[in-house]
Design a binder for this molecule. Structure first.
Ligand code: ZN
Length: 192
């Protein structure tokens, strides 16, 4: 913890770099990814403060849209789309994902019931080789499921219908830094 505190102490010694951010934010992209510490969206994309609106959840799961039941995820998505007017949404899964790996392997998660119940949102269960430590196939199919979920959010559906929003499915390799994107024409993930 101490190195992080030391860095935070010196971080604010360049106020001129940040003064403009007091005027507001106008990010172009909502970036949805896993909470995994190896995935650093600003590092991957080179985004500066104010450029990426982020939603991070265990396993980058987008819960099903349900009206009348508030969730932080729905609020974040709605705010990004309706208020900030982002033009693109990226759902970025990653290799060696603990959440997706547990789902693919069918791990017993009774010792962590909150995790178990959250991952129950990941239906259908992602399929892939349980032998692959990267769970590449499972993560990639799982990311596409989250895109389908997003489409069911009314604010997202409306913007998609009017051509004001584009969805992207990415797969990030934590062990190489490579980013792959889903190509709908061939239904494959290839290098960006
Ligand atoms: Zn993960």
């Amino acid at each position: 913890m101490q190195p992080l505190i030391d860095n935070a102490r010196t971080f604010g010694q360049r106020p001129e770099e940040f003064a403009g951010l007091a005027e507001g934010q106008s990010p172009q992209v909502l970036f949805i990814t896993c909470s995994d510490s190896r995935v650093v969206p600003a590092l991957i994309t080179g985004a500066r403060p104010g450029e990426l609106f982020e939603l991070r959840t265990a396993g980058n799961i987008v819960p099903p849209h349900t009206s009348g039941h508030p969730t932080g995820e729905a609020a974040t998505i709605e705010y990004a789309v309706e208020v900030l007017g982002v033009r693109d949404v990226v759902v970025c899964g990653h290799s060696h994902c603990g959440a997706v790996g547990a789902l693919v392997r069918g791990d017993d998660l009774d010792a962590v019931p909150a995790v178990r119940d959250w991952l129950a949102n990941a239906t259908p269960r992602p399929e892939g080789s349980a032998e692959d430590p990267a769970v590449a196939e499972g993560v990639q199919s799982h990311v596409l499921t989250q895109l389908l979920r997003l489409r069911a959010y009314p604010c997202v559906a409306e913007k998609l219908d009017s051509g004001r929003l584009t969805l992207h499915a990415w797969y990030y390799e934590v062990h190489t830094g490579a980013v792959l994107a889903h190509r709908p024409q061939t239904d494959t993930f290839t290098a960006l």
